[in-house]
Design a protein around this ligand. Structure first.
Ligand code: AMP
Length: 212
């Protein structure tokens, strides 16, 4: 199997580093990155119908209803091969919908403790313009408040406020962790320790992918 024909899922809680790892993986393996969180944030920014419907759920740290997200992802999928799904699926219903349109080759679960999630997300900042992520503690921008990549303004995501982080983690435990067993039962799951530097985690992921 060539890298670009893989269909992979990155599974993990909020702040597990899915976005950071997905960026590297899609570049290295020539995959198309489908991040439902990124697509939803764009819909909110553009004030589309979907964005209007999704916003209140996102602000509360809850999941956007399955039917909206499934329809949105189905529109993104044009062929059968070469996708990296990041932040999708997040429920068993979403996983079943995905299975109907794509043959998955593997699912990587990035495991990070609740304490580490709170530490990471409360110091995360994102660029208003290009969406690049920084971390005030672990990966600060060169100039405070300014994006290194495009010079845009760095802001805190509404859902990275401490009270919302706890709700997002609870939602993850309740709705998304059942997917770990779901994919393990289908022999698709590889688990990776998500603590440590992004490069350390990336090398664990590529090792895990060698086993598929
Ligand atoms: P993320 O950037 O992946 O953490 O997603 C941010 C927010 O978007 C989540 O807290 C949810 O409100 C919403 N969201 C993203 N992906 C999904 C999904 N697959 N299902 C439902 N809601 C989602």
């Amino acid at each position: 199997m060539t890298d670009s024909s893989w269909n992979l899922v990155l599974l993990g809680g909020p702040g597990a580093g899915k976005g950071t790892q997905a960026e590297k993986l899609t570049a290295d393996k020539n995959l198309e990155h489908i991040s439902t969180g990124d697509i939803l944030r764009e819909e909110v920014a553009e004030e589309t119908d979907l964005g209007e419907k999704a916003k209140s759920y996102m602000d509360r740290g809850e999941l956007v209803p399955d039917e909206l997200v499934i329809e949105m992802v189905n529109k993104e999928i044009r062929g059968e091969e070469g996708y990296l799904f990041d932040g999708f699926p997040r429920t068993v219903d979403q996983a079943e919908a995905l299975q109907r349109v794509v043959d998955l080759d593997g699912v990587v679960y990035i495991d990070v403790s609740r304490e580490e999630v709170v530490r990471r997300l409360s110091s995360r900042r994102v660029c208003e313009d290009c969406g690049a992520n920084f971390n005030l503690k672990f990966d600060p921008p060169e100039q405070e408040g300014t994006c290194d990549k495009c010079g845009g303004n760095l802001i805190q995501r509404d859902d990275d406020r401490p009270e919302v982080i706890q709700d997002r983690y609870d939602t993850f435990l309740e709705k998304t962790t059942p997917l770990i067993e779901y994919y393990r039962g289908r022999d698709l799951l590889r688990e990776v320790d998500g603590e440590g530097s992004p490069d350390q985690v990336y090398s664990r992921i590529t090792k895990a992918l060698d086993k598929f």
